[in-house]
Design a binder for this molecule. Sequence first.
Ligand code: FES
Length: 136
Amino acid sequence: MGREALLSMLKEAQGAEGYLSKDAMHQMAAALGVPVAHVYGVATFYAFLSLELQGRHVIRLCKSVPCFFQEGESLQGVIEGELGIGAGETTPDGRFTLELTNCIGACDRAPAMLVDDEVYGELTPEKVKEILQSYD
Ligand code: FES
C-alpha cells in the first residue's frame, strides 16, 4: 500500500480522534503490514498531522520572512494574548490550538494565517481578534 493510502488513513484517524494516538498508529501498521516506525515517520513528517490532541480549530500562523516583515505588531503576541496560550498549546476549553508554520502560499496577502482550511490574509491585530471571535 502506498504513501497516499497511508496518508489518507492518517488524516481519517486524525479527523475522528483529533490526533493520532499510538493505538491508531499500531492498528494502521498492522493493517498495512508495515513497521509502526514507518507510520510514525509519515505521521511526524506532515505539519497538518498531530500526535497530540488538538483544539476544534487549529490556527497556523505563518512565520516565514515575507509575513514576518509585514507584521506591524506581533500577531503571535496578539493571538497568544487573546487565547491565553502559547505556540504549540491548546486552550483549556479545547477551542483552539495555535501553531506556527512556514509559508502557507498566501505571501501576496502577507501577513497570513490558516484557521483549519481557511486562509486569512492582510492581517492586523483587529482583524485577527474578529476572526478568532467568529469561531465557536
Ligand atoms: S510567507 Fe507567509 S504566506 Fe508565504
